[in-house]
Each structure stands twice: as structure tokens, then as C-alpha cells.
Write a protein that binds this ligand. Structure first.
Ligand SMILES: NC(=O)c1ccc[n+]([C@@H]2O[C@H](COP(=O)([O-])OP(=O)(O)OC[C@H]3O[C@@H](n4cnc5c(N)ncnc54)[C@H](O)[C@@H]3O)[C@@H](O)[C@H]2O)c1
Length: 440
């Protein structure tokens, strides 16, 4: 039986959904953040981050959640602490541990004052070697205690995707635990048995194997994406070829599988793009050339260029480009490394007039680009106002566009459908329709 009191350090895009999920399973959760504004919001019942279904879960279990800026308060009132602070990329490609170590210093000091055994769970993404090499020495120095004996430390990264974080936390494919000692691993495993709703397998190992597994999962998934995009590029150059048909068949082979195998645009967001770079940086330091990770990254980088060239080559003079899809994927407002948003930025730098639409991310884009672009009120409004319309994410809402929205009295508009969302037959009379990944 695990203790019912948990603390979470870092109440961000991952930490806040974890807080709400753990509370929904009957735990009292204390969130700690260095940002007092975030702490204030949580204590007032306002989620500091956007994520589908999070508000409802937070509202329903608010009574079990509180937030503080005090590490001591959180550690002394819990038996298990999850550490989920940022690990931003550094110039050479590695992940910075500055926030992790700054938090560990404070956690270590709080542990020094605590008599009972405490389990610390590192959930931030770190590179292989970081837990043993830097995290443990920092904790031991500031606590004066021995890891594995006086306190436990597990490396337990999450495999969530923004937009489906709640579902992913409660129904993971598997739970990965790198442990300092069997007692700590047992405690965390027992905890996850009370959290997961799908009886997910729990795999336990040492820290370094868990660290390698985490980064290997992400680089493998992105390899599948870039592979499908490579197929799509080839299809575009062969008459009658269709990446949709090819990848669907390819995915039927169970050795390959259909997930993430759909030629479209490249991957984006806060994790995938940086993980291949970090993997290659880490392997390079070990004298191993990570050629697959490098090729995956190179293919990904050229997807946006390919799209931009297409847009610019087709744009009539004084034409307006519409971009639908500014977040890096549907169901999130995150624009970091989003292909749609990067396309917008590149077109803005070339003074191309733009009308933009996204169900969730327009406020974030407005914050960066302000009056340099125009915003539509809906997908249909966006379609009605432009001469080239680019669809960058497979968002269900975009399917509300009807041929009427693209009907013009003058020159036919162009619809570039990166995800092949629309039925070409429906639109062929009102616009030129380009499905990326298909040959003419
Ligand atoms: N967001 C994702 O999709 C995702 C997926 C898998 C893994 N991760 C990993 O999870 C970690 C956190 O990512 P995120 O997206 O939740 O970050 P985030 O920036 O959304 O949130 C981090 C929070 O930590 C707080 N913080 C920073 N330094 C702190 C400190 N020293 N003490 C206490 N709080 C501190 C910040 O104020 C912020 O609220 C990263 O290592 C990331 O790689 C994120």
C-alpha cells in the first residue's frame, strides 16, 4: 500500500496534468513551483496550462490539490516527490540540468530535515548518465544522506503527447522505471498499479538503461515519421503514386505497424525535434555515429522547405496565404517548433500577407506576431479570404470547410492539403487541389 501523499515539483505542461490525474486516483497532491503566479493560480482553482480534459479533472478533484513555493512544506508532507522541471536543449544539443539541479539542491536540503525514507522520482527527460553522474551527487551533497539507503531515486520518464496527456498518463503503453534500489522500485510500481487504468506493463531496470530507453523510444518514433515522409517525397515525383495507399499497406506488416506512419509534414513540438539532436550529440561523445538519428532530423528539416517552396511558387502576385494549423499538432496550443507556425514566420519574413486559423493556438501566435498577420474566426472564414490555403495539421474541425468557401469569381484558389483531409473530387470544381504525398 502506498502512502496517499504525493508532491510534484514543476507544475507545467506535464506536472499539472499529473497532479490532477494523481488526485483523481485518491492521492493528496502538493505541487511546488518557483513561479508564485503558477502557485497562486493552482490554489485559486485555475489550471496554469491548457490540456484537453484537464480543467474538468482539476475541478472535480481540486479538494485534494494544493500548491506552494516551499520545498520543505511539500517534502515534509509527502512520501514521494515527482520532479518535472524543464531540461532545455543546450547549444551543442545536450539537455541542460540547471533547473533539475537547482530543484535537487532544495529537495536535498528538505530531505536533510526529514527522518522518514523519501522516494524522489525524476520525470524530466535527461540524457544517459545524468542521473548517476549529476543528480545523485547533488542530492547526496545537500541532504547529507545516501541514495538507495536513506532515500530512493527512480528515473521515470513519461511517454505522453500534448493533446492527450491525461489519457496517456492513465493508459500508458508501458511504465518505465530506473531504480536506485528494489524498495524504491517496488514503491513506484505499487503506486502506478493504482494509477494506470489499462493494467500497463511496468518495466524496471537501472538508471542508465531507463535513460537510454526514454530517448530511444522518441528517436525510433520520429524515424518512422521521417521514413513515411521520405516515401511521400518519392510519391510526389511518380505519376499516380500515393503515400496514403503505400503507408497504409506498409503499416499492415506487424513488424512495422501503422502508428506514426503517414507521410505528411514533419514532426514538431517541444520534444521530438530536440531528441534526435540530443541522441546524436550523446552518441558522438561516446564515439558512436548515430547516422539514423541524423538522417531522421535532416529529412524532418527539409519538409518545411518543401512546403514553403510549393506555396511561394504557386502564390499569385498580391495573393494572400491562409495557414490552418499553427500548433504543432491538433488538440494543443503549443507552437514551439510547429511546422505551421514556422511556415508562417518564414512567410512573414518575406512580407507575404497571411490569414491564420487554429482552434487553440491563435492567442500564442498573436503574442509573437501581433499585427503582422490577420486572424480568421473559423476554418471556413480562413478558406474564404485567401488565394492559397495550406492545411498543416489533421484537425477534425477543418473538415467543416465546404467547396462554396473556396469558390471565387476570379482566379481559382489553391488548396494544399498536407494530411490529405479532404476529398479531392468534392473540391475539384472550385479550386486547384494539391494533396502532399501524391504524384500527379
Ligand atoms: N511537455 C511534454 O510534452 C513532455 C513530454 C515528455 C517529457 N517532458 C519532459 O518533462 C519536463 C518538463 O516539461 P514541461 O513541458 O512540463 O515543462 P514546462 O515548462 O511546461 O513546466 C515546467 C515547470 O517547472 C517550473 N520550474 C522550473 N524550474 C523549477 C525549479 N527549480 N523548481 C520548481 N519548479 C521549477 C516552471 O516554473 C514550470 O511551471 C522536461 O524535462 C520535458 O522534457 C515533457
Amino acid at each position: 500500500m502506498t502512502d496517499r501523499k504525493i508532491s510534484i515539483v514543476g507544475i507545467g505542461k506535464l506536472g499539472m496534468p499529473m497532479t490532477a490525474c494523481f488526485a483523481s486516483k485518491g492521492y493528496d497532491v502538493i505541487g511546488v513551483d518557483v513561479n508564485p503566479e503558477i502557485v497562486r493560480k493552482v490554489n485559486e482553482g485555475i489550471s496554469p496550462v491548457f490540456e484537453p480534459h484537464l480543467d474538468d479533472l482539476f475541478r472535480n478533484y481540486r479538494g485534494r490539490i494544493k500548491a506552494t513555493v516551499s520545498f520543505e512544506e511539500a517534502i515534509s508532507n509527502s512520501s514521494q516527490t515527482f520532479l518535472i522541471v524543464p531540461t532545455p536543449s543546450e547549444g551543442e544539443g545536450g539537455f541542460s540540468l540547471k533547473y533539475v539541479l537547482s530543484a535537487c539542491e532544495k529537495i536535498g536540503k528538505a530531505l536533510a530535515a526529514k527522518k522518514d525514507f523519501h522516494l524522489l522520482v525524476l520525470t524530466s527527460t535527461v540524457l544517459p548518465g545524468a542521473t548517476a553522474g549529476e543528480v545523485v551527487p547533488c542530492l547526496e551533497k545537500h541532504s547529507g544522506k545516501k541514495c538507495g539507503a536513506d532515500f530512493g531515486l527512480c528515473y521515470n520518464p513519461e511517454f505522453i503527447a500534448l493533446g492527450s496527456v491525461i489519457r496517456d498518463i492513465l493508459n500508458p503503453d508501458f511504465v518505465l522505471i530506473g531504480e536506485s534500489d528494489p524498495r524504491s522500485g517496488d514503491t513506484l510500481e505499487a503506486f502506478y498499479r493504482t494509477i494506470c487504468e489499462n493494467n500497463a506493463p511496468i518495466t524496471r531496470m537501472n538508471w542508465v538503461n531507463a535513460e537510454i530507453t526514454k530517448i530511444a523510444v522518441n528517436t525510433f518514433v520520429t524515424t518512422k515519421i521521417s521514413y513515411a515522409n521520405m516515401i511521400a517525397e518519392i510519391c510526389e515525383r511518380l505519376p499516380n503514386a500515393d503515400a496514403e495507399v503505400v503507408t497504409r499497406a506498409l503499416g499492415m506488416d506487424t513488424r512495422i505497424g501503422k502508428k506514426y506512419l503517414k507521410g505528411a509534414l514533419g514532426y514538431g513540438g517541444p520534444c521530438f525535434p530536440r531528441d534526435n539532436i540530443a541522441f546524436s550529440f550523446m552518441s558522438g561523445k561516446l564515439g558512436v555515429k548515430a547516422a539514423i538519428a541524423e538522417a531522421t532530423d535532416a529529412i524532418n528539416r527539409r519538409q518545411l522547405k518543401r512546403l514553403e517552396e510549393k506555396v511561394l511558387s504557386e502564390l499569385p502576385s498580391k495573393g494572400i496565404v491562409g495557414v490552418m494549423g499553427l500548433a504543432y499538432k491538433p488538440g494543443t496550443n503549443v507552437i514551439e517548433r510547429s511546422q505551421g507556425f514556422e511556415l508562417v514566420q518564414n512567410l512573414v519574413s518575406k512580407s507575404v500577407p497571411l490569414v491564420l486559423y487554429d482552434p487553440f493556438a491563435m492567442e500564442n501566435v498573436r503574442g509573437v506576431l501581433g499585427g503582422q498577420v490577420m486572424f480568421a474566426t473559423s476554418a471556413r472564414d480562413c478558406a474564404r479570404r485567401v488565394s492559397v490555403l495550406v492545411v498543416t495539421i489533421p484537425c477534425e474541425e477543418f473538415k467543416e470547410i465546404v467547396p462554396e468557401d473556396l469558390k471565387r469569381s476570379g482566379a481559382e484558389p489553391l488548396l494544399i492539403d498536407c494530411w490529405r483531409l479532404f476529398d479531392p473530387a468534392k473540391f475539384k470544381d472550385v479550386c486547384r487541389y494539391v494533396a502532399m504525398g501524391t504524384g500527379k
